[in-house]
Write a protein that binds this ligand. Structure first.
Ligand SMILES: Nc1nc2c(ncn2[C@@H]2O[C@H](COP(=O)(O)OP(=O)(O)OP(=O)(O)O)[C@@H](O)[C@H]2O)c(=O)[nH]1
Ligand SMILES: [Mg+2]
Length: 587
């Protein structure tokens, strides 16, 4: 490229060619420079267009393209020199160029402000308002003041700027009105003060002198002006706030001082000092920026990110435990009635030690000792006192849909309850015919409605359990529906024995079935099962609790029965209750 330039007679080191030529050469040289292939950069003062471009490019490596282009353009148009000091500026464009370069990376608004200011100054000079942009004392008219103050205002907000303009305009008015002697001094002080504060704020030096002493203030307007500026500057970190109170106080303080109130004056001096300190410590704070992801469509709030963490989870669990505990505590707080307590004791209900049973005359070697005759020497059980239960228990029908229910020829007694509560076991215990109704540890063994004839007198119906069971949800739902349909529509149904596990009490599904039977006016009786698993006192408490729960119900049949198919407790009583149904009921 440089060879080409030489051929075309553009001479010199790089020749000053067309724009494209210059740009290309500059780019190449800049790259070489960056990769260390070129020598030392020439001083900024000397050189030609290319050199300037090169320098500018390398110097401004990281700056934007626009700035670079601006500088190149300026050079090419002969607005050269060393990019012109403010004093050497000739026209508006040059000013614009200079200020743009000086602005560097600053924001567009600041840049425009400065350009405006300098252009204004340039105009002022052209119109003979020249000098070195006038010290504050030399300011002549409103426009000049406005320009100067705007420039000084720098990065500050509009309100502060306006305040200062107002102040200086006030001063020039005062001067116009012949108060310039006093004003000259005070104005100078004011400007020194402002410049010093600006220097302090920007972390620079200079600005010089002690900040105008308040004691030298003479008139109300001056005091007001000074205090306004000082007050505002003190608050400038947050922009110009209301400031009204501060102004009033400061002005008041100043007036008192003028009246010779030494103490007050001292206090206000302190206050001023504080204000100045505030100004000194007032370094511009960096604003926090929240970056938002434009592609995030999760529609989450920021605090949504704080999902239920470990602590909250623990709290939840604890709260749940508390509820459980309180339920348990409530249960423990139940005071059983003396009649229930004596019933439990008389029938040896609840968990009993074998020694206790032996003392009571029962043969503990039998599988169901409490279904035996106490103090009997025979290991054989006596015959059932109720004739009906001496009959053979025979399975005769199973139904998993209502359409397959057998005809209701006999009065029916159904056994309902949650899975594994002991329905099938109870059938066997009542008839002492173990194994007719199949039982299992595993909840959900009985999956159909099983009909058993007890002789030709009565029909015992083993229902599938509801609640927890090892079966699919839809299957369990189907059983539940079938049970509900059976208990609410079956014609020959004389009683539903609702079995409740003594340890757990009534659960929501039990209540559901109770409500259903209440609605359909089906007679039901509560049987508390597995009483051999809990302490006698808890058997009594549970009985109290259930009775309390159901006392308002109409279809419930008393008494509440407490039984155990394993120990035989309460079985005899149950037989006699159910035998009555077979005796009086007609199909
Ligand atoms: N300790 C004790 N265990 C019992 C008692 N009654 C039944 N069981 C046991 O409880 C388990 C379940 O008995 P089941 O008669 O099959 O219960 P179920 O209500 O028919 O259960 P599903 O047919 O699944 O609805 C078996 O292991 C029985 O031995 C009782 O009174 N005391
Ligand atoms: Mg069963």
């Amino acid at each position: 490229m440089s060879a080409g330039a030489g051929r075309e007679g553009r001479g010199g080191r790089m020749g000053s060619g067309g724009v494209g030529d210059v740009k290309l050469r500059t780019r190449i040289n800049a790259e070489r420079r960056l990769s260390g292939k070129l020598g030392k950069m020439r001083s900024v003062g000397g050189g030609d267009d290319d050199d300037v471009m090169l320098r500018a490019r390398v110097g401004d490596e990281r700056r934007g393209k626009r700035e670079f282009d601006e500088r190149v353009k300026a050079k090419r148009e002969g607005r050269g020199g060393r990019m012109g000091s403010v004093d050497g500026a000739d026209d508006g464009e040059d000013v614009r160029l200079r200020t743009r370069v000086a602005s560097g990376r600053r924001g567009k608004r600041e840049f425009d402000e400065r350009v405006k200011t300098e252009q204004g100054m340039f105009t002022a000079r052209r119109e003979g308002r020249g000098g070195r942009m006038g010290s504050a004392a030399g300011a002549d008219d409103g426009e000049d003041v406005r320009l100067r103050t705007r420039m000084a205002a720098g990065r500050r907000g509009k309100r502060e700027f306006d305040e200062r303009v107002k102040t200086e305009q006030g001063m020039s008015t005062a001067r116009r009105e012949g108060r310039e002697g006093e004003w000259g001094v005070r104005l100078e002080l004011m400007m020194v003060r402002i410049r010093s504060k600006e220097c302090l704020r920007r972390g620079g030096k200079g600005g010089g002198g002690r900040m105008g002493s308040v004691a030298r203030a003479d008139d109300g307007e001056n005091v007001r002006l000074r205090t306004r500026v000082v007050g505002k500057l003190g608050k400038s970190g947050k922009g110009f706030g209301k400031g009204g109170d501060l102004d009033k106080e400061s002005v008041k303080g100043e007036r008192n001082r003028r009246r010779g109130g030494a103490l007050e004056g001292y206090a206000n001096k302190k206050k001023d000092k504080k204000d100045e300190e505030e100004v000194e410590n007032d370094t511009p704070k960096k604003r926090k920026r929240i970056k938002l992801d434009p592609y995030d469509v999760s529609n989450k709030r920021m605090d949504d990110g704080v999902s239920i963490d470990g602590k909250e989870m623990e709290k939840k669990v604890e709260a749940e435990k508390k509820i459980e505990l309180s339920k348990n505590a409530q249960f423990r707080a139940i005071q059983p009635s003396p009649s229930i307590l004596s019933f439990v004791e008389d029938n040896l209900l609840g968990r009993r030690r074998s020694i206790e049973l032996r003392r009571a005359g029962y043969n503990v070697d039998l599988s169901a000792p409490l279904d035996n005759i106490p103090h009997s020497t025979s290991s054989e059980r006596e015959h059932c006192e109720e004739n009906v239960f001496r009959n053979k228990l025979t399975f005769f029908a199973a139904a998993n849909v209502s359409s397959s229910f057998p005809p209701a020829d006999l009065p029916e007694i159904a056994f309902a309850g949650r899975s594994n509560v002991g329905k099938s076991s109870l059938l066997n215990a009542l008839t002492r015919q173990w194994g007719v109704a199949r039982t299992s540890d595993k909840p959900g063994l009985t999956q159909t409605i099983n009909f058993f004839n007890l002789g030709s007198k009565i029909c015992l119906v083993d229902l599938p359990g509801y609640g927890f069971a090892y079966a699919k949800d839809e299957v369990k739902d189907a059983w539940e529906e079938l049970v509900k349909e059976y208990v609410s529509t079956r014609v020959g149904l004389k009683r539903v024995c609702l079995l409740i596990d003594t340890k757990w009490g009534m659960k929501p599904r039990d209540h559901e079935l109770v409500h259903l039977m209440e609605r359909s006016q089906t007679k039901y009786q509560i049987l508390m099962t597995k009483t051999d698993m809990v302490f006698p006192i808890d058997v009594a408490r549970r009985a109290m609790e259930i009775e309390e729960n159901l006392k308002a119900n109409k279809s419930v049949v008393n008494p509440l029965m407490m039984i155990s198919s394993k120990s035989g407790a309460g079985i005899r009583s149950l037989r006699s209750v159910l035998a009555k149904i077979s005796r009086f009921a007609k199909p």
